[in-house]
Design a binder for this molecule. Structure first.
Ligand code: HEC
Length: 246
């Protein structure tokens, strides 16, 4: 038993260490991929607020349309700004050379970012911008310090100021520990609405990272249904066969 616990601790240790990184907890995204309306809202936000700089080159518009139940006309007028062919991948509107010059770094492709960063990190990142006059973008990010990305959703969220406390450990080393955000400039959404909007956006990115998940969910329900019916049939058959034996 003791060995089992020791092994478990060994296996869990890296996760625990990660969870504690920097003493900063990630916010919970609580993504629900069955909520199609939320995914649709997320897709709209993505093309409106992110698609100018970021591509999602592994995703095609017509796949988004088919998976999220968006008719082609709506897709064309509301979601497609960089092409008019529905079979095209979601390319960024901004040429790579320009973004390199403006931000010093090319905004990365976001097709599978939900898998590399994780949904909670993305959600925290989008909720983690705060004003910082020392940065060229005027903002910094709690979860991605010194990120070159501006706070593109500031009109929705408004601008927050971060309050840090100075902690001194027994050795006399001082660290800045984040305490809370205070609203400096209000946005068009209140806090709950902004969280909902960013949750929609993260949900869309999670879907994008693995579109087959939606297909798998639907298939999973059918498979369980089939197994259940099969179980009942097999059980009745077994009773029938064993009736004479017993
Ligand atoms: C004005 C251009 C611009 C827009 C618009 C923009 N971004 Fe960015 N984004 C950047 C740049 C530049 C970086 C690179 C930051 C760095 O590495 O310092 C970045 C980085 C990121 C990253 C980190 C990727 C990683 O793994 O390192 C994520 C996630 C992200 N953006 C999401 C979004 C989302 C979601 C939106 C839409 C709400 C968006 N971005 C809109 C410019 C932009």
């Amino acid at each position: 038993m003791r060995r089992l616990i020791a092994t478990l601790l060994l296996v869990l240790a890296p996760q625990l260490a990660l969870a504690n990184e920097g003493g900063l907890k990630l916010l919970k995204a609580d993504v629900d991929l069955n909520d199609t309306a939320s995914l649709q809202r997320g897709a709209k936000m993505f093309v409106n607020y992110c698609g100018s700089c970021h591509s999602a080159a592994y995703m095609r518009y017509n796949r988004v349309g088919a998976d999220l139940g968006i008719p082609e006309e709506v897709l064309k007028t509301n979601l497609m700004f960089t092409t008019d062919k529905v079979g095209e991948p979601m390319r960024a509107a901004m040429p790579v050379a320009d973004s390199q010059e403006w931000f010093g770094v090319t905004p990365p492709d976001l097709s599978v970012v939900a898998r590399s960063r994780g949904e909670d990190w993305l959600f925290s990142y989008l909720n983690g911008f705060y004003s910082d006059a020392s940065k060229s973008t005027g903002v910094n990010n709690l979860y991605f310090p010194s990120a070159a990305m501006p706070h593109v959703l500031w009109e929705l969220q408004g601008v927050n100021r971060a309050v840090f406390n100075t902690h001194t450990n027994p050795e006399g080393v001082q660290t800045q520990v984040f305490e809370k955000f205070e609203n400096e400039i209000p946005g068009t959404l209140d806090e709950a609405q902004y969280r909902r909007a960013t949750r929609d956006l993260v949900s869309f990115m999670v879907y994008m990272g693995e579109p087959a998940k939606l297909v798998r969910y639907a298939l999973g329900v059918k498979v369980i249904g089939f197994l259940f019916i099969f179980f009942v049939a097999a059980y009745l058959l077994k009773r029938e066969y064993w009736k004479d034996v017993n």
